[in-house]
Design a protein around this ligand. Structure first.
Ligand code: ATP
Ligand code: MG
Length: 149
């Protein structure tokens, strides 16, 4: 059944044109497909990339990578920004939660990541966050890859 299947590689190609700046890098394989709504997944990508930009100093490198590993689509958004304290990492996916110790005066409702989590769970996937070394954060999305065989 090909219903609700979209080409993630093509979507990433389009998103890379929206964020066409030298410090925002994209690396992804060809013809990676997902089951779900493309318009919702665009919101996932935009929220993670907008966060990476918002919680980084200007021109700090941001990397969006996507590959297939063991039948799963692995998509990561890595920044070199202000990072997320370990004790906050479990809470940031909750609705309206914002890290209060972040003193970079950013504005927001604390809704983006709860939306990301909801969309990814509906697609039978998981989203997690890890520290990036030496600084920043890495958001990891794992989703079942669509197999045409
Ligand atoms: P909104 O997305 O609703 O405009 P927001 O960005 O504050 O507002 P979320 O995207 O849900 O909300 O993120 C929740 C909190 O997690 C943020 O307020 C911020 O403290 C922290 N956070 C999210 N992404 C990052 C990141 N890449 N680096 C550092 N902190 C982050
Ligand atoms: Mg946000």
């Amino acid at each position: 059944c090909v219903k609700n299947i979209f080409n993630l590689s093509k979507l990433l190609e389009e998103v890379s044109k929206l964020y066409n700046q030298p410090h925002i890098k994209f690396k992804f394989g060809k013809n990676i497909f997902l089951r779900g709504r493309e318009d919702y997944f665009l919101m996932v990508l935009q929220n993670l990339i907008e966060n990476a930009i918002k919680y980084s100093a200007e021109n700090e490198e941001i990397l969006i990578e996507c590959n297939i590993e063991n039948q799963n689509v692995m998509l990561t958004v890595t920044d070199n920004g202000i990072g997320i304290p370990e004790q906050e990492r479990g809470k940031i996916f909750e609705r309206f939660y914002r890290v209060s110790t972040h003193e970079n005066n950013s504005k927001g409702f604390g809704l983006g990541l709860s939306l990301v989590k909801n969309i990814v769970s509906k697609m039978n996937g998981q989203v997690t966050v890890e520290p990036n070394y030496p600084k920043g954060s890495k958001f990891i999305i794992k989703l079942p890859a669509v197999n045409f065989e």
